[in-house]
Design a protein. Structure first.
Length: 333
């Protein structure tokens, strides 16, 4: 699950706490060129306010009307407040009416959000960088949570729906200079949790970006203590080997999906030789280092270099997700 879906759940929880009725809608199966993948999540409030998307806008208007009607029926008859299956695009005419491209089809599970304890627990667990499997019993509406493993897929068997929610993607930047601030600003727009570590007060003192957290301490200690997982990217941008190298040493031995460092090709070759000679890093671990960091787009300004860095991070992130993706149209996702 993308962190967008965690935001949908957070919005749904806030609405319920404010006294609103809320319905959750999950894409469970697609055929053709459906705009949103299985697992995509939408929350609909009783007054029609929405968070998230299940079709990129194709069926949302009709779906909002259905959800509002279901919530109203549930208030009148609690027995009616049960999950239900909705299908759009069963034929070309209906697909065209709802704007589904190429005769695409969507199967959705709609569920009135009754209890919120599971939402609170799921958000708390993913905030601790845990993978969580959420299972919905369509007959009763009961929700259970369990630990999930990386690569575990969404499963829908007509009776139960099991979806996997992962922690938010996070980016640790070593260094708080001008380039780091440009990367941090753009990464926040890409929905990364951004952390910045720089023990040099003259640099760190200028860091004042909304949503960006400064982490105190030496970079290698910070990397080691944060326990980087496969949702974590680490980029060293200080140009100071005393700071960058020790952080990279810890990062390259971790489960971080991306590790990069600023510097020319010559500097990177020297860095790898230095790390190989003085530290216990294998050839495989050194090969994980992206350097020079970023895609080669000829960037010169801090903003252009930041674009290249984040483009490469997103490329690596999405490639990892695609390797785990099933054949289009499968019930698993």
């Amino acid at each position: 699950m993308e962190s967008l879906d965690l935001r949908v759940l957070a919005d749904a929880l806030a609405w319920k706490r404010a006294g609103h009725a809320v319905s959750l809608v999950t894409v469970v199966q697609t055929w053709g060129s459906a705009p949103r993948p299985p697992g995509a999540l939408l929350a609909v409030r009783e007054d029609g306010v929405v968070s998230g998307s299940v079709s990129g806008g194709c069926v949302e208007d009709d779906l909002i009307a259905r959800a509002k009607a279901a919530l109203a029926a549930g208030r009148q008859d609690p027995a009616a407040a049960r999950p239900s299956l909705i299908v759009y695009g069963v034929n070309k005419d209906e697909a065209a009416r709802f704007g589904l491209p190429c005769g695409g089809t969507l199967r959705l599970v709609q569920e009135p959000l009754q209890e919120t304890a599971w939402v609170e627990q799921l958000l708390a667990q993913t905030a601790e960088h845990r993978l969580v499997a959420r299972t919905l019993d369509l007959a009763t509406g009961r929700v259970t949570l369990a630990d999930a493993v990386r690569g575990q897929s969404m499963v829908f068997d007509e009776a139960t729906l099991s979806t996997v929610f992962g922690p938010k993607w996070r980016l640790l930047l070593i260094g708080a200079g001008q380039l780091s601030q440009a990367v941090a600003s753009m990464a926040s727009l890409l929905d990364f949790e951004v952390l910045v570590c720089d023990p040099r007060e003259e640099y760190a003192a200028t860091l004042d970006l909304a949503g960006v957290q400064r982490v105190p301490g030496m970079p290698d200690d910070v990397v080691r203590e944060m326990l980087p997982d496969a949702h974590t990217a680490i980029v060293a941008l200080t140009h100071d080997p005393k700071l960058d190298d020790m952080a990279l040493l810890e990062a390259l031995k971790s489960a971080a999906f991306y590790v990069g460092a600023l510097g020319s090709r010559r500097n990177q070759a020297t860095r790898k030789q230095r790390l190989a000679e003085h530290f216990d890093l294998s050839a495989e671990e050194l090969a994980r280092l992206h350097g020079p960091v970023g895609l080669d787009i000829g960037g010169r300004t801090p903003a252009e270099i930041a674009v290249s860095i984040l483009a490469e991070i997103v490329q690596v992130k999405n490639a990892a997700r695609l390797r785990l993706a099933p054949t289009p149209g499968c019930i698993t996702a």
